[in-house]
Design a protein around this ligand. Structure first.
Ligand code: NAD
Length: 275
């Protein structure tokens, strides 16, 4: 166990209901460290998951059994306050408080488009999920962290710092997440709540596979060729793994990072070296 102080803590990870995603990797590593975990995600129909995928309730049970922790699976749409209130009630009932909040849920609508062709509804929806979702969930959960203090980790992106082409709403939203992180870090420092963001580069998930497929279609290329092009820009010469992103989240959740707040840490295989 890398961080023994995570044992018996309670963590909520949004967007964690998909086995292949970064959110579940984070939940799994937290559970392996002895933390109780709340998995929260869109119901399968809305998130467009493959019906063959393991459902979130089963994933939560598997973690509870494997690591002898308590777990909970809750339906959540970070754009809808009614689902957030229900989630908060369920968490209060089972755990009374939380120590770790990882705002990981994220997605993209309307790409590829330049700003001057971007459909307004897709632009607004992208910012609603990625930025306002972090605001809504944090607003509801911070009261559950006030008594004991804790850690908030927001999953931003390299795109928060270097604008990707034709994906402007996502970049703007993630840049907003970095500023929201700093805002919350200052506001909550006196309450013993540290707030940090992480900025992953290109990580092996469905999201990245979808991105390479989209680029291949537009450029009349192949996903393999798109990935090979991408690898040329990454000094470590490979994509990142969700588990490696999870390791950074665990560090930021533990006392090992006790003197860090308001930071936005890159995890990009060296693709982004500027802070
Ligand atoms: P993913 O698509 O595999 O997982 C995202 C999860 O968020 C899904 O389970 C999805 O259902 C959930 N989600 C989407 N909209 C939601 C909503 N309205 N309410 C609740 N849950 C919602 O993607 P991933 O690669 O695991 O991405 C996780 C996070 O990491 C995202 O915030 C993404 O922007 C960020 N990120 C990913 C990469 C990458 O290369 N994969 C790079 C940088 C940042």
């Amino acid at each position: 166990m890398m961080y023994p102080d995570l044992k018996n803590k309670t963590a909520l990870v949004t967007g964690s209901g998909k086995k292949t995603g970064i959110g579940f990797a984070i939940a799994q590593k937290l559970a392996a460290s002895g933390a109780n975990v709340v998995l929260a995600d869109l119901p399968p129909k809305e998130s467009g998951k493959n019906p063959a995928d393991t459902d979130m309730t089963t994933l939560a049970q598997v973690l509870a059994e494997a690591y002898s922790i308590k777990s909970l699976a809750v339906a959540l749409d970070v754009t809808r306050n009614d689902t957030i209130v229900k989630m908060a009630d369920a968490i209060k009932e089972q755990f009374s408080a939380i120590d770790i909040l990882c705002n990981n849920a994220g997605t993209v609508f309307g790409v590829p488009n330049a700003v001057h062709t971007y459909p307004e509804d897709a632009w607004l929806k992208t910012i609603d999920v990625n930025l306002h979702g972090v605001f809504r969930v944090s607003r509801a959960m911070i009261p559950l962290m006030m008594k004991n203090g804790g850690c908030i980790i927001n999953v931003a992106s390299r795109a928060a710092k270097v604008p990707p082409l034709f994906n402007g709403a996502y970049a703007v939203a993630k840049a907003g997440v970095v500023m929201l992180t700093k805002v919350m870090a200052r506001e909550l420092a006196g309450s013993g709540i540290r707030v940090n963001a992480i900025c992953p580069g290109v990580i092996h998930t469905d999201f990245t596979r979808w991105r390479f497929e989209l680029e291949a279609r537009i450029l009349n290329s192949s996903t393999e060729a798109r990935e090979a092009e991408m690898l040329k820009t990454i000094p470590l010469g490979r994509l990142g793994d969700a588990a490696e992103v999870a390791d950074l989240v665990l560090f930021l959740s533990s006392g090992a990072s006790a003197y860090m707040t308001g930071q936005a840490i890159n995890i990009t295989g060296g693709q982004l070296m500027e802070l």
